[in-house]
Write a new protein. Structure first.
Length: 111
């Protein structure tokens, strides 16, 4: 059991030290790099209508504070994961998600 966890740690370290070239020589990897950045931008934008409804229309009656507070907490965990593993797309997306989730949570409390 301990050897499996330790093996994973060493494997992550080896992968991290052997950085892949950027842009990657394989087309599929380059396309996925672009798509993940687009997903990092588009994902939080999906919650913009919710932010608008709460902060502009002052209507939060159908919002669960506990759910959005949970999303905010999970976003913090994902952000820490991205920082630990030095994954820029995860870091960027989770920072944006954090602000949107926090706005919704605070708006649900206020209104």
């Amino acid at each position: 059991m301990w050897s499996d966890a330790f093996h994973h740690l060493l494997l992550r370290k080896r992968i991290h030290l052997e950085k892949q070239p950027f842009p990657h020589p394989r087309l599929l990897v380059r396309v996925m790099d672009v798509l993940i950045y687009c997903a990092g931008i588009a994902g939080p934008l999906v919650s913009l209508p919710q932010v608008y409804e709460i902060w502009v229309n002052h209507n939060a009656e159908s919002i669960s504070v506990f759910t959005w507070a949970g999303y905010t907490g999970l976003t913090i965990l994902w952000l820490i994961y991205g920082i630990v593993h030095k994954q820029k797309p995860i870091i960027f997306a989770q920072i944006v998600w954090f602000f949107f989730n926090a706005f919704i949570t605070i708006g649900a409390i206020v209104y």
